[in-house]
Design a protein. Structure first.
Length: 303
């Protein structure tokens, strides 16, 4: 069985990086793909650049739409995608040329494939997400023991398009991947994690990760709180607790995350997490948030 891939690229204010991004997809050694450029009402020359790419390569189509944000742009691309599978590339990033060639054969027996990602690509801070090649049929195992919650990115994955039949990226939310991936996992029967290929995630000083305030992080916290009743262990809870501490510190609001007794000796916890777990068990989450408000971001509580 041969599967076709649709690659969706939202475009907004990326004149300086758009060509590099699209060229990296055009140059993929897996050629049976179509590329959907979604011009999200970009006020610069991006609409013209998108149209020029469509004239240059017959596999490229362009959707021009009013600005609605990243989620809305991805959803618009999904509406016109025709491939058996879909992938997402952000227009300030790029992807290694053999990446999809390594993933697509695996998609014949999987609903999703995840592949390596390089954080802060091209900078002194660049750091690969190390992935161990493995297949998962238990989604809680993938989320908790595969630590999928630490890399919920849509961009370093290939999905069967049918998973999105009744799932959309949440319009009006930031950290949209953390909202969407758990919904897709509920419909997923098999995931393959592959150590081949590379998505280059480039630093963006104006992106949500770099500029997130209390309101934005509250959305991330809310996304994880939707998952906690279904999949939770001590390490994941401590991950979510860090987000709650940030939200309380930045917004001054009370904690919405429920206190959980965490075993300080649980596997995978760092020394600082073990100390924080002891304080959590002794003092409760609200007191921990109050302490965090009075400390610097580099304190033992905050790390």
């Amino acid at each position: 069985m041969h599967m076709k891939l649709s690659v969706i690229i939202p475009v907004y204010r990326v004149e300086s990086t758009l060509d590099r991004c699209v060229q990296s997809v055009v140059d993929q050694t897996f050629a049976d793909l179509d590329i959907i450029l979604v011009d999200d009402g970009s006020p610069d020359r991006c609409p013209q650049l998108c149209d020029a790419w469509a004239q240059r390569d017959g596999r490229i189509s362009v959707v021009h739409k009013p600005n609605g944000g990243l989620s809305d742009a991805r959803n618009a691309g999904l509406l016109v995608a025709k491939g058996d599978c879909v992938a997402f590339v952000d227009s300030d990033d790029h992807i290694a040329p053999d990446t999809y060639e390594h993933q697509m054969p695996l998609m014949e027996h999987a609903d999703m494939v995840e592949f390596p990602l390089m954080r802060h690509s091209g900078t002194p801070r660049q750091q690969p997400i190390a992935l161990e090649a493995q297949a998962y049929t238990d989604m809680s195992d993938y989320w908790l023991h595969g630590h999928a919650y630490e890399h919920t990115y849509a961009c370093n994955k290939v999905f069967r398009r049918q998973l999105f039949t009744d799932v959309q990226f949440p319009k009006g939310k930031v950290f949209e991947d953390a909202w969407t991936l758990p919904l897709l996992l509920r419909k997923t029967k098999r995931i393959v994690v592959n150590h081949m290929g590379m998505y280059h995630y480039c630093s963006n000083a104006h992106g949500i990760t770099a500029t997130a305030d209390g309101t934005a992080l509250a959305m991330l916290l809310e996304a994880h709180m939707q998952v906690l009743p279904h999949w939770c262990d001590d390490r994941y809870y401590m991950h979510v607790l860090n987000i709650q501490l940030d939200v309380a510190r930045l917004s001054g609001t009370r904690a919405t995350l429920s206190t959980r007794h965490v075993n300080p000796l649980s596997h995978g916890l760092t020394a600082k997490q073990r100390a924080k777990a002891v304080l959590l068990n002794l003092l409760g989450i609200e007191t921990l948030c109050n302490i965090n408000r009075r400390t610097t971001p580099t304190s033992a509580i905050r790390s």
